[in-house]
Design a protein around this ligand. Structure first.
Ligand code: NAD
Length: 510
């Protein structure tokens, strides 16, 4: 396979190739391009992943299309049975998956376990699909006439996922898509592709018929082939905002149902009456967990002047206790995903100083428990960040926590509401009235009250507002059952010859 031109030079310790998964088997496809899969804690290329051509995508779609007729006609209880079996297998073998996540993404093992647990929740939700897919029935809407609705699968669905949750984000979508009777083509991130293949094998072991779940790897070429394929009914996308917008527009132009979740810049508003120890713990956990590579990470703490100095001191004290290193070595925080990304995140630290902010802790100065070649950057704290600095305006997606000082609630709310993104936010206060006001007034899709990462549980739906989500359909929960099904309304009359209405060309009335 020829190599792509854009990859980081790094030591190669390749132990294999990640293939596609089509029609229940590994497939090498026809594409002649591939990409590197790093071990970010060691800074080495550990595998290569094949990049699908448009023809490979078509092969996967045709497999999904062939499987659709039988799978959509399979009884609900049999479909649920597969999901129950998958749930048991995933729960029993989650340690294997966590190791894959840590090895390719870099997040620490305990955090990988958390990612899987949140994905498992969605599998468990999908196990109850019999209850969730029920239609409605109205008897005798007119004499002898009943109206009822049923929900039917939409067909072959496409899922395109980001690098930062290589297991959880696919799990937001495919359990519900499969449970509702659809078949799937997943294009996971090319940066950490192995989790998707591991889950494909597990689904097969759980009894899922071949062709119901397919995985194609690749970059824009594969994504465009998915977006343009006439036999794909819908697109579920999660990734950065510019790509989410492109996906939304392109998929819609191609006649598909589409949900596209984008990037974020999440604020935590701290009022003077808040418990500052709770706030400091929360800011550190939500700012630096998974090295800040979470769409629900807290990036900005808005603190009133009266408490800001104390809060900065408390956050700094906690940061001193964090261990950054190889996720297999009981560290708190792992490396960033690639060398380029690490370098890009680090440029914001220089930029902050130039823009008049105060760099309180510079993550480049840290010590790292791992090989020197890992993609390291320690937790970074920047105070007094100006609102026109890219440190504030950009989604940095790294372990950089900014403090912005505000006069009070009104200014803090205004800053959040003026932001481009609207994924998650949190207020920290002991004033119930202020919290209630905030939850009503803030222009953000997911809100925490003294909870820094308000990711809804699986039986509510996940999604942001503004540039954090394109389209109306949130991920998982009730919104996903709607997204992956089409409602059909049936108006029915069983003829009784005695009440036959005869000829009447008027519009039907009751
Ligand atoms: P990304 O947008 O670079 O990539 C996401 C997917 O799109 C990948 O599968 C990738 O192969 C594909 N892709 C990349 N460039 C493309 C192009 N030009 N044309 C077509 N497809 C393309 O995102 P990422 O770096 O993998 O993930 C991080 C981003 O995802 C962050 O912005 C983060 O906030 C966001 N994210 C959002 C949520 C959410 O729920 N809103 C959740 C997780 C991550």
């Amino acid at each position: 396979m020829s190599q792509t031109l854009t990859e980081t030079p790094a030591r190669a310790e390749e132990v294999g190739t990640v293939d596609h998964w089509i029609d229940g088997a590994s497939a090498s496809g026809t594409g002649d391009r591939s990409g590197p899969v790093y071990d970010p804690a060691r800074g080495v290329v550990q595998k290569r992943v094949r990049f699908a051509s448009a023809a490979d995508v078509d092969t996967a779609v045709q497999a999904a299309k062939r499987a659709l007729a039988d799978w959509s006609a399979t009884s609900i209880s049999k479909r649920q049975g597969v999901l129950f079996a998958f749930r048991e297998l995933l729960n029993a073998r989650k340690g294997e998956l966590a190791e894959i996540l840590t090895s390719e993404h870099g997040k620490v093992l305990s955090d990988a376990g958390g990612e899987i647990a949140r994905g498992l929740e969605v599998v468990e939700y999908a196990c109850g699909i019999a209850q969730l897919m029920k239609g409605e029935y109205s008897e005798q809407v007119s004499t002898g006439i009943d109206v009822y609705t049923v929900r039917q699968p939409i067909g072959v669905v496409g899922i395109i996922s980001p690098f930062n949750f290589p297991a959880m984000v696919p799990l937001w979508f495919f359990p519900i898509a499969i449970a509702t009777g659809n078949t799937v083509v997943l294009k996971p991130s090319e940066k950490d592709p192995s989790a998707a293949i591991w889950m494909a094998r597990l689904l097969q072991e759980a009894g899922l018929p071949d062709g119901v779940f397919n995985v194609v790897h690749g970059d824009k070429e594969a994504v465009d082939a998915v977006l343009e394929h006439p036999d794909i009914a819908s697109i579920s996308f999660v990734g950065s905002t510019p790509i989410a917008q492109y996906i939304y527009e392109t998929a819609a132009r191609n006649g598909k149902r589409v949900q596209a979740l984008g990037g974020a810049k999440n604020h935590m508003l701290v009022l003077p009456d808040a418990d500052l120890d709770l706030v400091a713990d929360s800011a550190v956990n939500a700012g630096f967990g998974s090295a800040g590579e979470r769409c629900m990470a807290i990036s900005v703490v808005l603190a009133t002047d009266s408490i800001a100095d104390d809060l900065v001191a408390k956050v700094k004290e906690r940061m001193a206790g964090l261990k950054t290193g190889d996720g297999r070595r009981s560290c708190d925080m792992g490396p960033l995903i690639t060398e380029q990304h690490r370098d890009k995140v680090a440029t914001y630290i220089d930029r902050a100083a130039g823009d008049g902010a105060t760099v309180v802790v510079d993550g480049r100065d840290g010590e790292f428990d791992g090989e020197a070649s890992g993609f390291w950057l320690g937790p970074t704290l920047i105070d007094r960040v100006p609102l026109d600095s890219p440190v504030y305006t950009d989604e940095i997606f790294g372990p950089v926590l900014s403090i912005v000082r505000v006069e009070g609630y009104e200014e803090g709310l205004d800053i959040i509401n003026r932001g481009k993104y609207g994924n998650g936010t949190a207020i920290f206060t002991n004033d119930g009235g202020a919290a209630r006001r905030f939850q009503r007034e803030v222009q953000v899709g997911m809100v925490g009250v003294n909870v820094p990462i308000p990711v809804p549980v699986a039986y509510h739906s996940f999604g942001g507002w503004k540039a954090s989500m394109f389209g109306d359909a949130k991920a998982y929960g009730p919104a996903a059952v709607q997204f992956f099904t089409r409602e059909k309304a049936i108006t029915s009359r069983w003829l009784d010859p005695a009440t036959h209405g005869g000829i009447n060309l008027g519009f039907p009335q009751h």
